[in-house]
Design a protein around this ligand. Structure first.
Ligand code: ATP
Ligand code: MG
Length: 799
């Protein structure tokens, strides 16, 4: 087929073009933020199709978020116009693996069968294609049951801890039998055993957790060379964005698939590796050239996103890391504004100021061009920071959207409704059954539920089947019996209705997944969802509820049913919810985006606000407490990711006081503030607080002595970096030599707490300050007596 004209190639620079036109063999694109890696990757997909080198379904492209996948899909669609039918396999590792795993689920068996997965003899336990994907909540509930059954005190050994141990193993593609002996002491020496039990229990429930999606696919590829070969032949061109954040399991999966044709193109940036805490291994980038010998390495250095000041600020910060490949970026963009830095009294004040700033940027009254709300984003380090912005923006009526934040799908009523959908599509899902059996109240108390559990266990069946047996045997007494009878009959009936809405794709080939067949439908899945919620009595439960939250919950349920419209069937929807990271059900109007720095990866906005640059928040306390620099370096990369999202205006801020989980805490500006290169930063003076700004940093005499001293110190105005910036802002020479952070803390402690002041300590409760010595404060606690504590752990007592 003759290639059509390729305007998309004209938009690329020579290095990008080389990466696009090198279609065969391994290619590694290693380059800094905003250099057009994603753009080149998208163009490469288009080029493969346009030159007739590949058919759409022969291309596998992996992105980091669902949002990124959607964007890439749209861009490919636009570039190609109407000329090519079908779309490439484009999605996250998880969304692609879930599709594949549904096709081969039965190969995942308990370990009583042989290596080929051929089941011998009597029914063996294996996964079925309608498996449920558990969320964290379900996962923890399940682990807790296992922990308690093993007689372990889950207060001392929390389920969460076991969950993270297991996740870490899964991220390393380790099934229970492969966990190395060095890990044998994990979770009080019981980790491996419980992991094994957990995997078995998941099979019984016909469920998988997130980590399993990859782990199971790697297992299948390793144990079934014929299946692997089929997919190797199928996916002839593989592309991966944000490669620096792949974990070992993902890496193995890719390597298995790319063996043979070796047409794999990975793009990444070691400076943007921010998922180490979730098992990502930046070493995968370094290993690429080893694993794929003769790999073509493309380096891009021109940044097309940000102004020079923004780029210089980002480069200045990331230079503080020692473990990096080291790349320099340049740009042809106009100078633009310096990165703006501003300190606030507290988090509320910071949110208020940012709200006003956004409004004035929108009106164009700030001097720069007028910007739309869609062009602005607030990127936070921790999701609890979002609340202050949400509250403020609701108050002033500023439209915003939270991306990947407190998720719609995590609300109680949504989770209940989803449990109904789950039990209907996947009758073995005991966790879903447990959730709904007595919601709404059906008179089925603990005793009735225990009876169901016992019958299910005795007969080796699911709880739903156990309940059916219980009804048949008349094992449940009282008014619950009739209600339970109705429930199991209803679930079976809804199940039949669901299956009538789902395509019978038992033997579907992979193409069928790409172009779903039209289905014969009696009632649409959207109608069915409404029927389930109504007939189960769940909608009625909230209609009769008199609490102030009830109307909101009913609204949410409506939203949920509405959300179903854009899906083929219930199962597809459940999958989506389990996988989706971003909550973007909105009316499409222009809105400011609020999200975490992690969720902002790969995105760009003309104006970016980076609030909460305070030690303990950003960098996080955990990274600061860790020995070694690993955690801190990851935080610094996160700072780099944050700054490099900005195209024209980047505003960094910090607050002197912050309420974290209901407790006031005084804060010091982040060490990253000190690392910003001065020549590229402008210090802003917020109006009002000290009647004329921070220039002289002299809190007014009208303030009471205690508050005054605490304000100056807690605001961190003693930080050397801050002093330097202040001096510059007020054009005074810097008189103070650079000091260590430790002495800053000393100064804070001395000034922060006054003798006689009433304070609060998390562990010892309330007390009065007796003496202050460096960063230690001696306190007479009301209950605990006299103790010396580190000042960081005490707060002024609430008035
Ligand atoms: P990140 O590391 O943050 O993911 P990236 O390297 O993937 O960044 P892109 O998002 O692809 O960078 O590109 C950044 C911006 O630069 C986009 O707005 C893109 O359209 C633009 N861009 C990329 N390449 C070019 C080019 N050759 N000419 C003009 N603009 C370009
Ligand atoms: Mg990118």
């Amino acid at each position: 087929m003759a290639a059509r004209p390729a305007p998309y190639l004209d938009e690329l620079n020579p290095a990008q073009r080389q990466a696009v036109e090198t279609m065969d063999g391994p290619v590694l694109m290693l380059a800094g933020a905003g250099t057009g890696k994603t753009k080149a990757l998208t163009a490469r997909i288009v080029h493969l199709l346009n030159t007739g080198r590949a058919r759409p379904n022969e291309i596998l492209a992996v992105t980091f978020t669902n949002k990124a996948a959607r964007e890439m899909k749209n861009r490919v669609g636009r570039m190609l116009g109407e000329t090519v039918e079908g779309m490439p396999w484009l999605g996250t590792f998880h969304s692609i693996c879930v599709k594949l795993l549904r096709r081969h689920a039965e190969l995942i068996c308990a370990d009583d069968d042989d290596e080929d997965g051929v089941v011998e003899g009597a029914p063996s336990l294996h996964l079925k294609s309608n498996f449920t994907i558990l969320d964290t909540d379900d996962q923890l509930r399940l682990l807790k049951q296992l922990i308690q059954a093993a007689g372990i005190d889950d207060k001392r050994w929390p389920a969460r801890q076991l969950a993270s141990v297991i996740d870490a193993w899964k991220n390393r593609a380790l099934t229970p039998d492969k966990v190395p002996s060095a890990d044998a002491n994990a979770y009080n020496n019981k980790g491996v055993e419980l992991y094994d039990q957990y995997q078995r229990r998941l099979l019984e429930l016909n469920a998988v957790d997130f980590g399993d999606l990859l782990l199971h696919m790697v297992t299948i590829f390793q144990q079934h060379p014929d299946i692997l070969r089929k997919y190797q032949n199928w996916f002839r061109y593989i592309m991966v964005d944000e490669y620096q954040d792949t974990n070992v399991a993902q890496y193995l999966w890719l390597r298995l698939l790319a063996q043979g044709h070796r047409n794999i193109c990975c793009v990444g940036d070691d400076d943007q590796s921010i998922y180490g805490w979730r098992g990502a291994e930046v070493g995968n980038i370094l290993r690429f050239e080893k694993d794929f010998e003769g790999a073509h390495v493309v380096r891009l250095e021109q940044n097309y996103r940000s102004t020079p000041h923004i780029l210089a600020a980002a480069s200045g910060v990331i230079r503080g890391n020692s473990n990096r490949l080291g790349k320099e970026l340049w740009t042809e963009a106009e100078h633009g504004e310096k990165v703006r830095l501003i300190g606030h009294w507290d988090g509320e004040e910071e949110a208020r100021w940012i709200g006003e700033e956004i409004e004035s940027m929108q009106r164009g009254t700030r001097g720069a061009r007028a910007m739309g709300l869609d062009e602005m984003a607030i990127l936070v380090r921790a999701s609890h920071q979002m609340r202050a912005f949400e509250d403020r923006f609701l108050t002033i009526g500023l439209p915003y959207r939270v991306i990947g934040g407190p998720r719609f799908y995590e609300r109680m009523e949504i989770r209940d409704a989803m449990a109904y959908f789950r039990i209907v599509t996947s009758p073995d899902d005991d966790l879903a059954f447990e959730r709904i059996v007595n919601t709404p109240k059906r008179g089925l108390g603990d005793k009735a539920r225990q009876t169901i559990q016992m019958i299910a266990r005795q007969n080796g069946v699911s709880l739903l089947d156990g309940a059916t047996l219980a009804v048949e045997q008349g094992a449940i007494k009282g008014k619950g019996a009739k209600a339970l009878g109705e429930l199991v009959v209803n679930i079976a009936r809804w199940g039949r209705m669901t299956r009538a809405t789902v395509a019978a794709d038992g033997d579907a080939v992979v193409e069928d997944l790409l172009t779903p067949q039209p289905t014969k439908t009696e009632v649409s899945h959207v109608e069915l969802a409404q029927i389930i919620l109504d007939e189960s009595g769940y909608t009625g439960m909230w209609q009769n509820d008199k609490t102030p939250e009830a109307p909101g919950r009913l609204e949410n349920l409506k939203e949920l049913v509405k959300a179903l419209e854009s899906f083929e069937n219930l199962q597809g929807f459940l999958e989506h919810v389990a996988l989706v990271m971003d909550n973007d059900s909105d009316d499409g109007g222009a809105k400011v985006s609020i999200m975490t720095l992690h969720a902002a990866k790969g995105l760009e906005f003309p104006a970016v606000f980076l609030p909460g640059w305070e030690d303990g928040l950003f960098p996080s306390q955990r990274s600061m407490d860790e020995s070694g620099v690993k955690g801190l370096e990851e935080e610094r990369r996160l700072a780099y990711v944050g700054i490099t999202r900005a195209e024209e205006v980047c505003t960094i801020s910090f607050a002197g006081n912050r309420r974290v989980f209901g407790q006031w805490q005084s804060q010091l500006p982040s060490r990253f503030v000190d690392e910003l290169p001065e020549d590229h930063v402008e210090v802003l003076t917020p109006p009002g607080l000290y009647g004329g700004g921070y220039g002289a940093a002299a809190p007014s005499a009208s303030m009471s002595a205690g508050v005054e001293a605490r304000a100056a110190a807690a605001d961190g105005y003693n930080s050397p970096g801050w002093k330097r910036l202040q001096a510059r802002a007020s054009e005074r020479p810097v008189s103070q030599p650079r000091e260590s952070k430790a002495s800053v803390i000393d100064m804070q402690a001395v000034a922060a707490f006054m003798i006689g002041e009433r304070v609060f300590h998390q562990k010892f409760g309330y007390g009065a300050v007796i003496d202050v010595e460096g960063d230690k404060v001696e306190i007479h606690f009301e209950k605990a007596g006299i103790k010396k504590v580190v000042s960081r752990f005490i707060k002024p007592a609430a008035e």
